[in-house]
Structures are given as C-alpha cells and as structure tokens.
Design a protein around this ligand. Sequence first.
Ligand code: URA
Length: 436
Amino acid sequence: MRAVDIITRKRDKEELSPEEIRFMIENFTKGSVPDYQMSAFAMAVLLNGMSHGEITAMTLAMAASGDQLDLSEFGGRVVDKHSTGGVGDKTTFIVAPIAAACGLPVGKMSGRGLGFSGGTIDKLESIPGIKTNLSTEEFIQQLRDYKIVLTGQSADLAPADGKLYALRDVTGTVQSIPLIASSVMSKKIASGADSIVLDVKVGRGAFMKTLDDARELANVMVAIGKLSGRKVIALLSQMDQPLGHAVGNALELKEAIAMLRGTGPEDLHTHCVDLAAYMLILGHAAQNLDEARNMAQKAIDDGSAWARFREMVKVQGGDISFVDEPMKLPESKFVYSIFADKDGYIKTVDAREVGESSVMIGAGRAKKDDQIDLAVGIMVYVKVGGKICKGDLMFEVHVNRKSDFDLVFEKLKSAVEICVEPVDPPPCFWDVIGVN
Ligand code: URA
C-alpha cells in the first residue's frame, strides 16, 4: 500500500477500506507518512466526506495509535465531556470539578486551540508548572487517588489525533464532520471513560454552522460511542455568540475560576450546570435532571467543586498560588476598550469574528509551531437580547502590542449588530441527542 494511492482514491471520492485507513493512521503516527501527505489526505476527506464505516474505521485506528485505558476498576462510573469547539468555551474547568465533587471519577483528555476556537490545554497551561501530558500510568494513578484528571495527548494516548489535530489547525481542515467525529471520539475511546457528554456547538462560532450538520455530527459520534460500549449523550448548544465574557487563554481560565468561586456570567453558569447535570445522570449519581442540576449548583455553592479544581492543579504540578490569586496569571501590557456608537438592542455578537480576532492578536496559532500568547484576548460585554446605550462598553481588547488592537478594531465593531426592536435572547441548548 502507498499513501499517495490512498490520498488519490479519497480525492476521487472513492470509499476507503478499513485497512487503507489504518495504514494511513499507523504510518502517520510512526512518521513514515509525512505531514504533507497527511495534510493532503485531510483536505481530501474534508472536501469529499467519509461514509459512517470510514469514520468508524478512522476513529478506531486513531484510538489504537497509542494506549487504550482500561478503567474497569472504577466500576463503570468514569465520566467525561467533550466540546466540538467554540469561542469562550471554558466549561471543562467548571464541569469536571463539579462532577468530581459529586462523587464521580472524571478522566478527561482535552485538545489545544483549533482554528478560531480555543483549546482547554492551552488555557490550562496559563498555570505555571502544570503538567498536561500525563502518561497512561499517571492518568490512572491520579484517577485512583484524586478522581479527577485533565490532560492533553501524550505519546501514549491517541497520539495520531494529537499530530493530526495540530496539522488540521493550520491547513484549513478543521471544519469536517468525519475529522471532528474521529478526533473527538478517538480521544474519548482511548481515555476509557464509561460515559461521555458531548457538547456539540452550533452557529457562527462553531465548526457546524447549521442545526442539521450539528445533528449529523452528534448522531455519528453517539453511534461510534455506542459501538464502543460507551454511554453517550450529545447536547446541541448555541454558539452564535461567545460563551461567557472571556475569550483568550488566561482570561478564560480566570473566568472559570470566578465561576467556580460563585460569580460568573449567567449563560456560562446555565450551560455548565446543565452539562454537569447530564454527566451526573450518565454516571448514575442522580436520577433526573432536576436532582442533577441541584447537585451541580450545590457543588458550586458549597465550594466543593472549587476544592476539586485546586486539588487537580496541585497534583498535576501547577503553582496553586496562581489560581488562588488569579491576578498572577499572565496579563497583557495594554487593555483597549470599544464602545457602542448607538442605542438599541443587541441582535448579533458574531462569535466567529471574535474568535478570529483573538487568534489575530496572538491567542491562537497560524502555524503548527507558533507560540501562543497566553495573556491576550477579548472580554465581550454584550449579549444577544441585551439593551445597550451609546457609549456603553462592548469589548475590552487585551494586547501586548498597540498595533494588534488596530488590527481587530473594525472587525470587532462590526461583529456586533444593534437594532431598534427588542430581541429575544437565544436558548443555551437546541436539543439533546442519545437519551433513551
Ligand atoms: N475537538 C476535538 O477534539 N477535535 C476536533 O476536531 C474538534 C474539536
């Protein structure tokens, strides 16, 4: 078999066999399929799609590219969640500790920034010293001892996804149902959780722009999860506007810390309580949604979720003083403000424009080995449905160079549409898939 023939067949819209897909993934992991061939393959998949059989084969091959954790010693209760990528999505830092505080073991493998969407692992690395590439042994030991783990890919766990994810980020090959489904589910299968709550984002700031596409992605992932013996639920969630206020690595971590300590934006709060509630239901810690929501809220109110987050940071080597005093987290040199130039109601806050702006000022990568700037980002103070007056603060732009603010000023201003008629705020979630 030769990689070039497989790429050509996908380019010509042919269906690949599981052996061909395994060949690509195994050899890419070993390094004998180089980045340029894998990038061409990813582009062919993006343009021509994959059948459900091909997506399943790709997912299983990527999950098998490293160790696959056996977490049976935890009695089938390990829960995980995963987002398909959005703008301002810092929910993992909040829901993982909530679920752990409610008694469930939470073992989670997360990703880095992808395209205009931020990544949990980049955000976590705002904390000096924190280890984000745990080995298989470290993952299991931490889950045993502390019931909460948050790591990125290592050489051990789904390395094929780690490599492909970094390539997709910089080759225009993010927005593809087969590539997202296999990326998400390979990590989930490799990291061994019994139950998985998928947060499938829909809208301007998501990779799925329409509810139909999001539904298709959710259905594929739920089916792959079930095939692998996992309990999976997918929430279709609104991502037309950024989630919460903060967009950017350290800024998002600070907002998550504030939320865990009991103060945070309402949309983020509602979103996290519901996500955590579904994790509690899947993990059999609660019988129904009301009970689960109450438990999640209590874990925030009584400080137990915050305690679990602190403990996780500490055991993964992070300097705990940076989460206790978030002012110590990376801060930019300059903060510029953008104000509204008329009165009215907020009709749109385009999450895509905000996400792209954050990448342009350094919060994301343009090339695979680019260093991101953890301190920069955007605080978004407008929400769809809100009333606004001329002169009100809409954005704060945190930059390390004045010229970066000039670069995004117009883009951010035009991301907000103000109209005269009142506008209904959008719901947090559109649907739930996989409940039976
Ligand atoms: N999250 C992932 O892990 N992979 C994707 O491709 C998109 C979001």
